[in-house]
Design a protein around this ligand. Structure first.
Ligand SMILES: *[C@@H]1O[C@H](CO)[C@@H](O)[C@H](O)[C@H]1NC(C)=O
Ligand SMILES: *[C@@H]1O[C@H](CO)[C@@H](O)[C@H](O)[C@H]1NC(C)=O
Ligand SMILES: *[C@@H]1O[C@H](CO)[C@@H](O)[C@H](O)[C@H]1NC(C)=O
Ligand SMILES: *[C@@H]1O[C@H](CO)[C@@H](O)[C@H](O)[C@H]1NC(C)=O
Ligand SMILES: *[C@@H]1O[C@H](CO)[C@@H](O)[C@H](O)[C@H]1NC(C)=O
Length: 949
């Protein structure tokens, strides 16, 4: 069709050019009538599309009614049916009708043309025809002044008799413009059926309105329409304007329902010419529709009358418009004729037309006549009235449009509200009555967000499916600044986006690149290669690099660490020395003539009377080692020498023990600590690797590759034959001049094996093998793991630091909006607050025991053994007490039996008996009695015992 259009314009254009020359060359033609006014009916030529049935019927009926009612007004009617899409065919058929009309009886020659074609090459040709031949015309073509291509260059005089009136179907779509302006609709799909002609509106409808839009004819109902709508949705369009009849709108709604494109994220608008619109949407579950339809006719009586006669078609407003326009045009021409304004000139036919023919002044102001008649008493519009402007494009049907909000539930309209109203006109504003309701219907802007879960930036609750995290809070805060809603989903492959060898992307970047998502949210690092396919906002987070994580070394704790201060041999030697010294003391005391036991008489009055039995010796040596001191020392010099030697020994042992104990309890015996990547690279004890194919992996891979390249360059350079000996000598060094740190590290990693995922990496870090594993990963990952898990620690500084930013599609307007919002938040220190919230105040944060260091006190883990010693000692003492008690109870009975046998000494059984029942401490009184009784045998040991304890 466009090619035929171009062709037609060319053909008709040359036709037009001929005329231009003809006009310039001047010449005769025209009429030279006498002043007497002819009394005759008006003849006309109707030009119509052969498939414009509505206009055909309405015009025919109107003409018929006119003729029936006033045969004096309407004379001969000629009809030219044209194929609107073909300009050449159109001119041929119009010319042949015109030629034959001119040949008819002079009284029956047409006075004017009623053009009810719609739009297209044919319509343009019709306009050229009427303009060139200077035939008064009333046209109902679609379009504003500039759209009437054939009438673009008409003269001021011609503008008075070449009149176009915009029809309701042409005006109606203008409401979309008003709706978009009123409610700031940012995107729109405009679907239309054949009740509407939109060819001329592609550019003009939403000119200078910031609405991204697509205008397309609807596909047939069902699957094709669903596909069409779905594809429009892929273009990120959520507001749908459907222009059409009931069936078209219902089909669109049912497609929307099937696709689940309902709810407040979508806006559905129906625009129809049908006044008695009834919505029949069979499978509409629940949705709302804003419907624009003409208000009821002002002249319902006349409308009903015509309808009852079957003179009008659906949509009534269009049918009535053609009906009225026909009548009006005839009456206007007739009034011009009657007033003597219209003198029919001698029209030329298409064959006669040549450059020498010129269009004379017609001297008829058809516009004024139309205006007069339409406002006169002889004419009342059936549906839409007429608005007359000063030029074409300003004349149009005048009617009101109701804007109703329909709520559909389960295929039934449950609510219907008038929310606005519009007086049809090119630039008439929408008059909103219920603003909040109408605004509620407009689709909220909803962006598709893809993300990758990574605590604490993005997290999802498994049970509720709620999203949380730093990035989610960030997005919500941005949303408060830039109004929008969002749907969030995790990207399928859980990747941020890497490019493979073939240049294909995966992960979030791919989704954005393929326009399947609007926003890529997450701990997404800014990278040069990604920036080629997506856009980044300003960074929202500090620079984050790569870091190293190790298992925390377990400080070797032991309850009995105080025992490990001295080695076992030493302990055994001390024990040996102890027993040996004790024995020695006993022997010395026994054999020394100067000891107490051998000089009892001499020391009779002495306070200190200590007999160094073996038991006493052991006790003495033991207590000598404690701050308690040994107590009374032996009297004999030899014994004292032994004691003194033991004291010296004890002093030295205690002093060295004390000194070592402090050191033992505080110093954790670590190997040389690995504190950085440098340290890691220089040792072989600890294995290390990043996750395979992660960005850290790429980092090492690339660094190694770069080192390799440098090496190649250096090699080429030094092996370059063209260098002179002197120059080559300058390059000769024994060492490799370029670092091969990364090459080596990468090789080590390869040997170690890369973990496949984080879980595997953690498992390897945790494993208590001989070779420790250090995980090299993203610093925030590691920071989070360390924060929530006391097993791990982060070592060294971050390297290869890069910022985190939000990604948007390339060229997306969101970039600027988000940048502004993020900068604003940065200024208000909101990002800092967020960071604090998700790091320092994170509920999952573990309070780990701090690694032992010098400043800390001794922990219970290390000193606890001492308490165990106390408890064991106390336990032993208790056992001893019980033993003593029962031993004592048993002894009197034995003794009694003995006493009964040997003597008559009455020791009443009652003395011991109450003890059986009254559990109280052993009576010392009876002990003393028995003590004195047995002192002869025991030899005074009892008293000595008591005093010592
Ligand atoms: C209407 O259509 C019929 C049949 O195609 C044709 O004969 C008639 O002239 C047309 N009338 C008008 C006004 O278009
Ligand atoms: C629409 O939603 C329904 C119910 O939630 C679901 O069964 C159906 O698969 C959805 N259709 C589409 C195209 O998503
Ligand atoms: C137009 O007029 C000129 C002179 O008036 C004449 O020579 C020429 O033949 C005419 N052209 C046609 C097509 O009649
Ligand atoms: C807007 O729509 C929501 C749900 O779609 C509804 O709950 C709310 O009441 C509506 N508001 C108005 C003013 O109609
Ligand atoms: C949540 O679900 C994912 C996969 O479905 C699982 O890997 C993860 O361990 C779950 N997290 C929790 C906290 O249950």
């Amino acid at each position: 069709m466009p090619s035929s259009l171009v062709w037609t314009i060319a053909v008709v254009g040359s036709f037009y050019a001929c005329l231009g020359r003809a006009q310039r060359s001047g010449g005769g033609g025209g009429s030279d009538d006498s002043s007497n006014i002819p009394v005759r009916p008006i003849n006309l030529l109707v030009i119509n599309d052969f498939d414009n049935d509505l206009a055909n019927k309405s015009v025919s009926n109107s003409l018929k009614a006119l003729k029936d009612k006033s045969p004096d007004k309407l004379g001969q009617v000629y009809v030219a049916l044209v194929n609107i899409s073909d300009g050449e065919e159109t001119i041929n058929s119009v010319c042949s009708v015109w030629k034959s009309a001119l040949r008819s009886n002079p009284d029956e020659i047409p006075d004017f043309v009623l053009d009810v074609t719609t739009f297209g090459a044919g319509a343009e040709t019709v306009n050229r025809f009427t303009a060139l031949l200077g035939i008064p015309t009333v046209s109902a073509q679609f379009g504003q002044e500039g759209d009437l291509l054939g009438w673009r260059e008409i003269t001021e005089e011609q503008k008075q008799y070449l009149i176009q009136v915009m029809n309701p179907a042409d005006l109606m779509p203008q409401v979309i413009r008003q709706q978009c302006l009123e409610f700031n609709i940012s995107n729109a799909a405009i679907l239309f059926d054949d009740n509407f002609v939109m060819d001329h509106k592609y550019k003009s409808l939403l000119l200078n309105v910031p609405t991204r839009h697509v205008i397309v004819p609807t596909r047939e109902a069902g699957e094709p329409l669903q596909q069409q709508i779905s594809r429009l949705r892929d273009l990120d369009i959520v507001n749908f304007f459907v222009l059409g009849d009931e069936a078209t709108i219902a089909a669109a709604l049912s497609a929307a329902s099937k696709l689940n494109f309902t709810g407040h994220k979508y806006g559905w608008f129906g625009i129809s010419l049908v006044q008695e619109f009834s919505l029949r949407c069979e499978d509409c579950s629940s949705m709302s529709l804003m419907l624009f339809k003409p208000k009821q006719s002002q002249n319902q009586q006349q409308l009903n009358e015509l309808m009852s006669k079957g003179l009008l078609q659906i949509p009534l407003i269009m049918s009535a418009f053609y009906y009225d326009l026909t009548k009006l045009a005839v009456l206007a021409m007739k009034s011009a004729l009657d007033a003597g304004e219209w003198r029919r000139p001698r029209f030329v036919d298409c064959d006669e037309f040549n450059e020498n023919v010129t269009v004379a002044m017609r001297n008829v102001d058809l516009r004024r006549r139309l205006r007069q008649v339409s406002s006169g008493s002889g004419f009342s519009p059936t549906y839409a009235a007429f608005h007359w402007g000063n030029k074409n494009g300003e004349n149009h049907a005048k009617f009101d449009v109701d804007v109703k909000l329909w709520i559909v539930k389960d295929s039934k309209v449950v609510n219907e509200d008038q929310v606005a109203f519009w007086e049809a006109g090119i630039d008439n504003k929408l008059k909103v009555e219920k603003a909040s309701m109408a605004a509620n219907h407009t689709a909220v802007t909803s962006y598709r967000v893809v993300t990758v879960i990574k605590p604490p930036f993005v997290m999802r609750d498994n049970q509720t499916g709620n999203w949380s995290g730093y990035c989610i809070d960030l997005l919500n805060q941005i949303r408060d600044l830039v109004q929008f809603e969002y749907e969030i989903r995790e990207v399928e492959d859980k990747e941020y986006g890497n490019m493979d060898e073939a240049g294909n992307w995966n992960g979030m970047v791919r989704e954005l690149k393929d326009k399947k998502a609007d926003i890529g949210l997450g701990a997404l690092a800014v990278m040069a290669e990604r920036e080629n396919v997506i856009d980044y906002t300003v960074p929202y987070y500090d620079l984050v690099g790569i870091s190293i994580m190790r298992r925390k070394p377990k400080a070797a704790t032991s309850l009995f660490q105080f025992l490990t201060v001295l080695e076992t041999d030493v302990w055994l030697c001390i024990l040996g020395a102890y027993f040996f010294t004790s024995l020695l003391m006993w022997v010395f005391d026994k054999f020394s003539p100067y000891s107490y036991q051998n000089n009892r008489e001499k020391y009779k009055d002495d306070e200190e009377k200590r007999e160094f039995t073996l038991k006493e010796c052991l006790w003495f040596c033991m207590t000598s080692l404690t701050p308690q001191g040994g107590g009374e020392a032996p009297k004999n010099l030899s014994g004292r020498l032994v004691a003194a030697t033991w004291w010296l020994f004890g002093f030295i042992i205690i002093a060295s023990y004390t000194a070592n104990l402090a050191a033992f309890l505080t110093v954790s015996r670590l190997d040389a600590p690995v504190e950085s990547l440098e340290d890691l690279s220089k040792q072989y004890k600890i294995q290390y690797a990043p996750i395979i194919n992660s960005s850290e992996y790429r980092y090492f891979e690339r660094m190694a590759a770069i080192e390799n390249r440098f090496y190649e360059i250096w090699k080429d350079m030094s092996l370059n034959d063209s260098l002179s000996d002197v120059e080559r000598a300058k390059l000769a060094v024994w060492d490799f001049p370029v670092s091969d740190k990364y090459t080596k590290m990468f090789q080590t990693m390869k040997d170690t094996g890369f973990p496949k995922n984080l879980d595997e990496a953690l498992e390897r870090v945790r494993a208590e093998d001989k070779t420790e594993f250090a995980f090299i990963g993203d610093a925030t990952d590691i920071k989070y793991l360390v924060m929530t898990n006391c097993e791990f620690m982060q070592v060294g500084d971050e390297f290869s630091r890069k910022p985190y930013a939000i990604a948007v599609q390339q060229g997306s307007p969101l970039k600027d909006q988000f940048n502004n919002a993020i900068l604003m938040m940065l200024n208000k220190r909101k990002l800092e607050a967020l960071k604090d919230q998700w790091w320092n105040k994170n509920p999952l944060k573990q309070q780990c025991d701090k690694a032992d260091d010098q400043s800390d006190g001794i922990s219970i883990q290390n000193i606890g053994g001492v308490f165990i010693v106390i408890f064991v000692g106390i336990g032993l003492a208790c056992v001893t007490l019980i033993f003593e008690y029962y031993y004592y109870r048993y002894r009197p009975q034995a003794r009694q039996r003995h006493q009964d046998r040997s003597s008559k000494t009455k020791l009443a059984p009652g003395v011991t008996k109450p003890m059986k029942f009254n559990l109280r401490p052993a009576p010392t009184q009876s002990f003393e009695q028995t003590g004195t009784g047995t002192s002869g045998g025991g030899g005074g040991g009892g008293v000595g015992h008591r005093s010592r304890y």
